[in-house]
Design a protein around this ligand. Structure first.
Ligand SMILES: CC(C)CCC[C@@H](C)[C@H]1CC[C@H]2[C@@H]3CC=C4C[C@@H](O[C@@H]5O[C@H](CO)[C@@H](O)[C@H](O)[C@H]5O)CC[C@]4(C)[C@H]3CC[C@]12C
Length: 870
């Protein structure tokens, strides 16, 4: 058993070791990620930089380095744009982030685990990392008509706003995240009062309405452990802006509002942020209920000591509540607003206050400013920019239902005692990226034809597929620092979260990718790795990504220009594999019918990579797949495995569409290719990295069973639809576990991408000695599919603990880390593959098609089909 290691127990306790209170708050769940507000992470890592490239690898990258530098200079200094990857300005590590606020695709505001508002994505896909000091919650406690205590609920002691009482003692508080909710428990020892702030965002599986709303609710539970009555106010302060220089551009203004509807009333302040590009309104609101008094301050200047706001509250626990709007800000000045809610809390009793933060940026433009896009929530709340009052009213009157749905969805997993605690945290908390991946969820514009004019009869697609029309367009970034939407080789891993929880969005994304397969962009451009010019997008191949948010995504795809990905070996195969997996899980036959010609087209393109006609594709001697810094030559375990798995699902799909000829075509190639794969790559224990025969071609690649993983996730991999012998897959997984996991970093950091058979990490490339968290979760899923439950859990646990407990990278899980010192690309898409583990667990317990919840797919609206679709 790998279960009894001491390091596991220790690292969890570490995050809470400074906590001194026995008060554990109200309604805080047991499972999740918990940290004391006084915690400090000891290990401080640095982002990967050019200087971290080993001497042996420098030579290989000099050309790229020089070309990138030239391109970077033109982009940043001449075009004044942000590069899609800024290698010279990687984000430094800030070990501060907590669960983001907001639903999916309407923008996000991240709060840190100490409560700060610190990461902003209001402009679609563009992140702004800035803590806005004045954005706070403050508590005021009154007894017998006297204020006895007033404290900003922040451990900070900033140099500004000196008139406020800062420096709350972090030892008495802890943060607990179980996305999409998070709790902060503040004990106020001198007052004998405990405050629990619960933060709720509407991120609800299989819900396509409320999940798109740009809102979050804060519920404050106040426990009075005294024998006397208290009056407690919570004040919410918010600056009009996001800490950006635009906050001082002038013309912003605030106004109080009150909205009564269907017997429920909310009041608050609207903060109109009047920029020329993507203007928006922030809204702080509270529910009006008997026994709760709402008061406000429409405008205050969040600079200097700011003592007048402090005195206003301290005087009577209420704010002055002026009527009318504030004058527009002069250039150079900022404005903020405050909202307080007051209630009495009887002795030995509890009371509750509810706040909402909403933001309304209905129409968005990306960097090119060529087109206006409507966010999805405009379908329910309009696009005039005046929806904040109704958004906050809706949030405050519906959050209880959201919580009920969230609890119902999470409960079976949280209550499953066979699952380890860390896994429950990983599964739900990694989901933050679905909303906080620079995500946009928009309406499909009437004039867009995704088929690019290729008609359905000619193997094309519907111009406006019903699923995109109804459920909208969805895009999320490869990473907050790798700014490309829907990077497809990476989405392959992450897609499990979408297909299991929001299957309609997964299919919508697939239609968009399919649409771009049939289109081309012949514009020649320089690709930085090879130094050669070639077209931006070739026909009948899957694009790398659907574009850069600083340009015009969907319209101009392939923002990635490091390689010409038309010749990548994995992209087409990943499309085919996802199509069948999605069909298997949704049983949507229309989807399969629409995708079938596209699958045939991309397989036809892929066929040309089998140069010697042995039924197996060859890699081309450069990094022509998702490991874009790891050269691969000739038939390889990774791409060869994906190829065989794709042939296998093509056979399956051919049978489903009743095309025996096509079935036979792919069957013949599969039979030949399997023999070649076995002969060229199997070494008796595992599949070699590649068949070049060069140094390191016998590396053990952690991802060598990726093809088989997808077959398993699709209910295949046995009998007629088996591409790899079972005992070989098990032997390969065993080798990976013994070497890549257990012989790396004491078995405590997951699986290194490449390991030499002697047990030293493969340092032949810049990516072979990295650990890719998303790959590790996929590997763990494969192990679970193969009955290696303990090994799978142990493998994944190493990554979770490294990221969330040792490195302080909560809510910013990177693409990669090395054993020591460095990480690469914070807040990355791939780790969403942790949901593949859940699929594997579901499948090992029951038939995933018949059970529709707990991350199982939604079968409610899929069309049931038999074996044959024709
Ligand atoms: C001459 C100098 C001393 C040496 C300079 C070397 C550097 C220019 C290169 C060394 C390492 C390179 C980077 C490695 C990884 C990268 C990631 C890539 O984008 C995405 O990566 C995913 C894999 O993590 C992949 O699956 C996705 O499809 C990609 O979109 C972009 C390039 C790069 C940053 C690469 C660039 C050059 C080096 C820094």
């Amino acid at each position: 058993s790998y279960r009894n290691d001491k390091w596991r127990e220790k690292s969890t306790a570490d995050l809470m070791s400074r906590h001194v209170s026995n008060e554990m708050g109200y309604g805080v769940p047991k499972e999740g990620w918990r940290i004391c507000l006084a915690h400090e992470f000891k290990e401080k890592r640095k982002p990967f930089q050019a200087k971290d490239v080993s001497l042996a690898n420098v030579w290989e990258h000099i050309g790229l380095g020089v070309r990138y530098l030239k391109w970077w200079y033109k982009k940043t200094q001449v075009e004044k744009k942000a590069p899609f990857i800024d290698m010279f300005r990687a984000q430094p590590l800030r070990q501060i982030y907590g669960a983001p606020l907001g639903g999916i695709g309407g923008g996000t505001i991240t709060r840190g685990w100490r409560g700060e508002f610190c990461r902003w994505q209001l402009n679609p896909g563009m992140y702004h990392y800035k803590t806005v000091t004045a954005n706070q919650f403050t508590v005021c406690i009154r007894r017998g008509g006297q204020t006895v205590y007033q404290q900003v609920l922040s451990v900070e002691r900033p140099p500004t706003l000196q008139g406020w009482n800062w420096g709350y003692c972090g030892e008495y508080a802890f943060y607990h995240a179980l996305y999409p909710r998070a709790w902060t428990v503040y004990h106020l020892p001198g007052q004998n009062v405990t405050l629990t702030c619960r933060q709720i965002s509407p991120v609800i599986p299989h819900n396509y309405k409320d999940s798109c709303l740009p809102v979050a609710v804060f519920v404050w539970d106040i426990e009075n452990k005294n024998d006397y009555d208290l009056e407690v106010s919570i004040m919410f302060t918010m600056v009009n802006g996001s800490g950006h220089k635009d906050d001082k551009s002038g013309g912003h203004w605030n106004e109080p509002f009150h909205l009564e509807k269907e017997g429920e009333a909310v009041s608050g302040v609207l903060l109109h942020h009047c920029t020329t590009v993507n203007p928006y309104t922030l809204c702080i609101a509270a529910r009006k209920q008997s026994g709760r008094e709402v008061s406000h301050q429409t405008a205050f200047s969040p600079k200097g000591t700011c003592s007048s706001l402090w005195s206003d509250l301290i005087t009577d626990g209420r704010l002055d509540s002026p009527t009318g709007f504030s004058p527009p800000t002069p250039k150079g000045e900022k404005v903020a607003a405050a909202l307080a809610v007051t209630c009495s809390v009887p002795p030995q009793n509890r009371n509750t206050l509810e706040f909402c933060l909403a933001w309304d940026m209905p129409k968005i433009t990306f960097g090119s400013r060529e087109r206006e896009h409507m966010r999805r929530y405009t379908r329910y709340f309009g696009s005039k920019g005046d929806s904040s009052p109704s958004l906050s009213h809706y949030a405050l009157t519906h959050y209880s239902q959201w919580e009920k749905s969230i609890e119902e969805w999470q409960r079976p997993i949280l209550q499953d005692s066979s699952l380890p605690s860390w896994y429950k945290s990983a599964l739900f908390n990694e989901l933050y990226f679905v909303a906080d991946g620079g995500t946009v969820w928009t309406e499909l514009p009437e004039d867009v034809d995704i088929s690019g004019g290729v008609r359905s009869e000619e193997g094309g697609l519907p111009a406006q597929p019903a699923i995109i029309k109804e459920y909208g367009r969805f895009a999320y970034l490869e990473g907050q620092e790798y700014r490309m939407y829907n990077t497809y080789d990476v989405h392959f891993y992450a897609s499990f979260a979408l297909i299991m929880l929001w299957p309609k969005l997964a299919l919508s994304l697939q239609y968009d990718i399919a649409g771009s397969v049939v289109q081309q962009d012949p514009t020649e451009r320089l690709h930085l790795m090879s130094g050669e010019y070639s077209p931006v997008k070739a026909k009948n191949v899957v694009p790398h990504d659907i574009g850069d948010p600083d340009d015009e995504p969907w319209q101009r795809v392939n923002a990635y220009l490091i390689h010409d990905t038309a010749h990548w070996k994995d992209l087409n195969l990943k499309f085919v594999l996802q199509v069948y997996r999605d069909f298997h899980l949704t049983q949507d036959s229309q989807y399969l019918r629409d995708m079938w010609p596209i699958c045939q087209a991309v397989m036809e393109s892929e066929m040309k990579f089998d140069l010697d006609g042995d039924g197996l594709i060859e890699n081309s001697g450069y990094a022509d797949q998702t490991y874009d810094g790891w050269t691969v030559t000739g038939p390889s375990a990774y791409c060869g495995g994906l190829w065989l798995a794709s042939l296998c699902v093509m056979c399956k799909m051919a049978r489903l569409v009743d095309n025996e000829k096509t079935y036979q075509h792919y069957r013949n190639i599969l039979d030949k290719g399997s023999a070649a794969f076995d002969q060229l790559l199997w070494n008796g224990k595992y599949y070699n990295y590649d068949s070049s025969g060069k140094d390191h071609s016998n590396s053990i690649m952690s991802d060598q069973c990726a093809g088989h993983w997808f077959l398993r996730a699709s209910g295949l991999g046995e009998g007629e639809y088996q591409a790899f012998p079972k005992e070989k897959i098990q032997s390969a997984l065993r080798s990976v576990f013994d070497l890549n996991v257990m012989r790396f970093a004491g078995g405590q950091m997951g699986a290194v991408n490449g390991m030499c058979p002697e047990g030293v990490p493969d340092r032949s490339s810049v990516q072979s000695d990295e650990v890719w968290i998303g790959v590790v979760y996929g590997l763990a899923a494969t192990m679970i599919h193969e009955g290696m439950w303990e090994e799978g859990m142990r493998t994944a646990e190493g990554c979770y603990r490294t990221v969330w407990e040792s490195l302080g990278m909560a809510f910013q899980t990177p693409e990669a880390y090395c054993e020591k010192g460095i990480y690469r690309s914070l807040a990355y898409m791939r780790p969403l593959s942790v949901w593949a583990m859940q699929l594997a667990l579901n499948m090992s317990q029951k038939d995933p098609i018949t059970s529709a919840q707990n991350g199982d797919t939604d079968m409610k609206d899929g069309q049931e089909v038999g074996e044959n679709l024709s």
